[in-house]
Each structure stands twice: as C-alpha cells, then as structure tokens.
Design a protein. Sequence first.
Length: 495
Amino acid sequence: MTGHLVYPILAPLGAAVLCLALHRSVRAQRLVSLTALASIIVYAGGWLWPALGAGQVLTLRLGGWPAPFGIVLAVDVFSGIMLTLSGVTGLAVLIFAVAWLDGGREEPFFYPLYLVLFMGIHGAFLTGDLFNLYVFFEVLLVASFGLAALGGSRAQIEGTIRYLVASQVSSALFLVGVGLLYGVAGTLNMADLATKLAGPLAAPYVAVVAPLFLVAFGIKAAIFPLFFWLPASYPAAKTPVTAIFGGLLTKVGIYALIRCYTLLLPAQWQAHRGLLLGIAILTMVVGVLGAVAQSDVKRLLSFHIISQIGYLIMGLGLSSRLALAATLYFMVHIVLVKTSLLLIAGLLERMTGTTDLYAMGGLLRRRPGVAVLFLTAALALAGAPPLSGFVAKFGLVLAGLQGRAFVAVAVALGVSMLTLFSMIKIWTQAFMKQAPATAAIAPLGGTLVASTIGLVAVAVLAAVLAAPVWAVANQAAGQLLDVGPYVSAVLGNQG
C-alpha cells in the first residue's frame, strides 16, 4: 500500500486550512504548524525510508486511474532525500520563526502561507507528471510571494516585485515547454514521456524544450546570468523567510533540472555538458565575488546562495555517477549549512539590531556560543575538513578530475578559498573587532538559539555520518542514471 505518499502534500494543506480557521489564535496556529511539519519528519523516518531502503520506486495513482491517464505520485531515493531535507529545515526554521515573530500584524498570516509553501515544495518533489510539477511550482510561488511581502516595507515590496516578475517569466517558459512536449507526445506523465521522447520524431521538439527548461529552472535556481532577482529579493524579507528561501527554495529548481535532464532529456543532457560546466563556473565566480564585496551579512550570504548553486550545476554538467552522487551529497550539505548560516545571521541581527557588519563587533567575547555556531557553519560552507562541505567538494573535485574538467575543478577550489575569505570577513567584523562604543547587545531567546543549534548539529551529523549519507546519495545517483525501474514502476503494475 502506497496511499501514504499523499501525506506530505495533505498534511501542510490541511494544517494551513486549520490555521486560517484559527486566525484569531496565534498560539493555536503555532501548535498546528509545528505539529504538521514535525509529522513530516516522523513520516519520512517511519514510513518512507523503510520502503525506499531496498531501492524501490514507490508510486500512487490517485483515483485509481492507470498511468499515464491519471495523476501519479512517484518517489525514488532522490525524492526521499529532498523530502527529508524539507522536513528538517522547515521545522527548524519554523521553530526559529515562532520565537522571531513578535505578534505583529504579519504573524497570523505567516503560518498558513508557510504551510502552503511546503505543500507546493513537497508536491514538486513527489509528482510524476510535468503539468502537476507546474501546478505545484505555482502553489509554492504564490505562497512565497506572500511570505516575502509580509511586513509591507518598501524594500520588501520592491524585492517581491522583482521576484514575482522573474518567477512569472520562468513559469511562462516552463509552460511553453510543457505545451510543446504534450503536442509531440500526447502525454505529460514523465515516465511515459521518457519512452516517447527517445524516438527520432521527437528530436526537433526536444532540442527546443531542453533550453527552455534550462532557462525556466535556471531562473528558479538563480544560475548565471539569471540570478539578478535574488540579491534584491531574499535579503529584504523577514529573516526566517530569508532562511527558508535561501536554504531550500532555489534547490527546488535544481531538483527539477536534474529530474528533467536525467529522465526526459538524456541526450540533451550530454549535449549540454560543456554549457552546464560554463554556467557552473560563471555562477560560482560571480556569486562569490558578489559575496566578498558585501558589508551586509544577509546580502553577503544571499550571494553565497548563488555561488553554491554553481557547485550543483557543476556536478550535473560532469554527468557521471560519481558527480551525481557528489551533487546529491552537496545538496544535503548546502541545504543544512546555508539555512544554518542564515539563522545565525538572524541571531546577529537580533543581538545588534542591524545586519551591517561594520556596525557589529565584540561578539566573540560577549556571545561565545554564537561564535562557535557561526565558525562551525562557516568552515563547513568553505569546505574545511572534516565537515560536510569538504566531503561534498572532494567528491565533485574527484569527479571533475576523472572527467578532465580541469578548469571547473580549479575554479571550484578557488571559489572555496574566496568563500573562506568572506567568512573570515564576517568573523573579523562581527566577532573579533572591538564593539562600537554605542553598541548594545540584546538578549537572545532560548528558542532562537536552540533551533539554530539543532540545525547546525544536523549539518555536523551529515559529516559524522558521511559514509552512510554518501551511500544513499550514490544509490539515488544510480537510480537517476538507470531510469528503467522508475519508468516501469510508474507505467507497470507496481504501487
């Protein structure tokens, strides 16, 4: 029985509806929201991973309609990794947000929007057809627009408008590609498309669709040169919103890009190898140089979102099993570490009342615990051994050397050094230098610190358990390269 596969979609949707009904009680909304997202982690550990452990592809045909005619949910190890990451980071950021929000006018609407966002994210990870991928993208985008604009400041509205325009262009391009595929294949079921697009008659259409999808998902993932909207949008949002956007939302675009290239467009994936590596190099370089130039901690970390996306594109461009396994391990690493760093930026903002690095100082002496949290996450981001960033980058570098992509490897190593430099900049300005004479340090609530500690601990655990996590990533890479079991599970008699 696989009826449980719909739970990660229905749980946040039902909780969002309940939160709207309980709009007069913020306390009740908090309880409902926390319970719903905590249940996703319990579901993943208790039901999903035991079923996926044998390398199965789980399917659910909604309404009992056979594929490819009905709506199908399909879950492989890659989907399981993303769903688990979503549950862990979503819960940690929500706990942080509960303590961050002060009961202002935005708070009653935060919880239902946050839950609808996760309904869309989970649907994107679970769906087995392109049209519903589009639908779930639109669901998460509508919720993200609302979250980005909560508070209504001028900077938030301007950032949200940029985000909205870029997202709508992305969605339009994706929809055009979906329409072309439906026109040539008569289906949008991804497993069915995988078989029908392999023929020579579909080649001219696929040659057009592949770059459309690359641009559409590239905008969502903020690759070069399509990242222009992110540094203006993410830092302007409330800190918990910035954390979940920066840690998780751009990775949904990467998920879609990997899924479409490996399942639907394998020939174009190989043809685009050089293009993807070029994009990866430029994304890494532009992102890290933008980060080095910043003095605002949220903007600095937002540019690092871009630079780290470059590593994921590099792994996709290398296209070997080792490269894909390293990419998926890097996904685990960067979702956890980037979200942790953005939560730590929130701690700095709460203590000092500013995100300007040059207005901070003296935090090593006055808040040594926060300094340890930052140092751990910062070294992981830069790739210092033995933390998760080192394991992920070592795998990518090894795959690059095997694939003779020497320029990409050199750039990846150089960007790691510049990443370390920018982390040293934060360390020096916020923690090491003397505090300004007029600076006062506000107290931190225990919940803010505890949620951040918890997520940093999970990021460290990904390094401690590097061998089993890598094994899972390698298993997922194998499934992505051998799509036969996925296709037969969706179109056959399983599920």
